[in-house]
Design a protein. Structure first.
Ligand code: HEM
Length: 455
């Protein structure tokens, strides 16, 4: 590339009073338009602030940052300064030697072989969810928000996987409220930094601090009780407690708290959102639904979905993968260069965040035929061979690849297979009015209203 190449720049939102509100709440359309216009790489500026970020949807650039030259990149200051104080110094937010030590120690707990017990906990909870929640909706015949129900389910699943049957439900609900409030508060702070004084004056900052303290106290209570108990459990908390570093020491209660909170935050909303979008897509594609139902019946031959037969559920897995292509829950990941760098002729300056827009890459016509169509066959074994490397990364890539990817895939296979064996959904929200709300994750804006029937 010519050394005089000047990286084009656009504002995060226009200063047009008629469109600004829409652009702040969902900057994705503006990002897509700008990425297309400037061939996949540009600078985005936040008006009224000195903040700016590189924005890209180029697989080679993203691969360079996350994988090939990952040692030159850290999580952006945004994560370090806004997210870490909120959710603590755990795997998602830590850096360098400390991160590596924690990653090495925690990784074995997420090994596929270790997930067998957790899969049983999950299928028991999904059965309870179907009997108590979905049956209620079947009988009432009324519409309900599938995204809200999936959020409750995923929260229960991550809670039970972490802490088994230890905490009472009302405590878990409180932790859920704390996590959800914290995410909303932080998204406002990150997207509209100029609103900081307003958040302070309106009491939202102090409410967030109080909620955070409440959540930490609740988690510490659960951890302390477990440390005092002589009974050995099979859940993730026990695995974290039993984990030994190379020098034979173990995690402190504060480290256990930080890592548990991170697993909550990283592990429930992402999966819930993926499931809500998947159910929306299945409900609006009858051909996919019939193929899915038929394939589950053929793959399982009347057995219930379980750890031992999940590998057989190939079409179910394709449906989940395709849903996460169209609606990647982690729609953007960001990093910051430690030293100046150059990627295929593009000069990257140290200290400026680089935002990798996974959403745009997953829908790019250079890598996907009819990119906006829902077609799970793209993920058949044959077709996967033709995917452009690094053009599909719902779980990120490189050394900081999602540690919970096997956990999440297992959870989603169980949910989809168990639910679609029994039920069918009808979309009630007008299809055209379904929209996205990109917060830290890619939520459906105003929810997805459905009705449910027995198959
Ligand atoms: C569909 C579900 C999920 C998606 C799409 C997802 C996506 C991601 C992505 C993209 C990253 C990398 C972020 C970055 O590079 O900046 C990540 C990291 C992480 N995820 Fe997930 N995740 C999911 C489920 C889970 C679950 C279920 C857990 C835990 C039970 C989990 C725990 C984590 C943790 C701890 C990290 C940080 C890893 C590290 O930096 O070493 N995730 N996830």
């Amino acid at each position: 590339m010519d050394h005089k190449f000047k990286i084009p720049s656009v504002n995060l939102f226009s200063l047009n009073p008629f469109t600004v509100k829409r652009e702040i709440s969902n900057p994705i359309p503006l990002f897509l338009k700008s990425l297309k216009k400037f061939n996949g790489f540009l600078i985005v500026k936040i008006p009224f602030s000195s903040k700016k970020t590189y924005l890209t949807d180029k697989p080679n650039v993203i691969r360079h940052v996350l994988q090939k030259n990952n040692r030159n990149y850290t999580k952006s200051k945004l994560v370090q300064e806004s997210v870490a104080p909120q959710i603590g110094n755990g795997l998602l937010t830590s850096e360098g030697e400390y991160w590596l030590k924690q990653r090495r120690a925690i990784q074995p707990a997420f090994h596929r072989g270790k997930l067998e017990y957790i899969s049983q906990v999950m299928s028991d909870e999904i059965k309870v969810f179907m009997d108590e929640v979905l049956e209620k909706h079947v009988h009432s015949g009324e519409s309900f928000q599938i995204d809200t129900e999936m959020m409750h389910l995923a929260f229960k699943l991550v809670s039970k996987s972490l802490f088994g049957k230890d905490p009472e439900d009302d405590k878990l609900d409180l932790i859920g409220e704390v996590v959800s409030y914290g995410q909303q508060y932080q998204t406002k702070r990150i997207r509209m930094p100029f609103l900081k004084p307003w958040l302070y004056i309106t009491g939202q900052t102090s409410k967030n601090e109080k909620m955070k303290k409440l959540g930490q106290d609740l988690l510490m209570e659960i951890i302390s009780l477990r440390q005092e108990s002589s009974e050995k459990k099979d859940d993730l908390l026990q695995m974290l407690i039993d984990t030994e570093y190379e020098d034979g020491t173990k995690m402190t209660n504060q480290q256990l708290l930080d890592e548990s909170l991170i697993i909550y935050v990283a592990g429930h909303e992402t999966t819930a959102i993926a499931m809500a979008w998947a159910i929306y897509l299945i409900a609006t594609h009858p051909n996919v639904e019939s193929k899915l139902v038929q394939s589950i019946a053929e793959d399982l031959k009347g057995e219930e979905p379980s750890f031992s037969n999940l590998r057989k559920l190939s079409y179910t897995t394709q449906v989940i993968e395709e849903a996460m292509r169209l609606y990647p829950p982690a729609w953007l990941v960001d990093r910051e260069a430690i030293n100046d760098d150059e990627i295929d002729g593009i000069k990257i300056k140290k200290g400026i965040p680089i935002s990798c827009l996974i959403y745009s890459m997953h829908r790019h016509s250079d890598f996907w035929n009819k990119p906006n169509e829902f077609d799970p066959d793209r993920f058949s074994i044959e077709n996967k061979k033709n995917h452009t490397p690094f053009s599909y990364i719902p779980f990120g890539g490189g050394p900081r690849l999602c540690i919970g990817n096997n956990f999440a895939m297992m959870e989603m296979q169980l949910i989809i297979a168990m639910i679609f064996q029994k039920y069918t959904f009808e979309l009630i929200t007008e299809k055209d009015s379904i929209d996205m709300q990109p917060m830290i994750t890619l939520r459906p804006k105003n929810g997805i209203l459905v009705k449910i029937q027995k198959r």
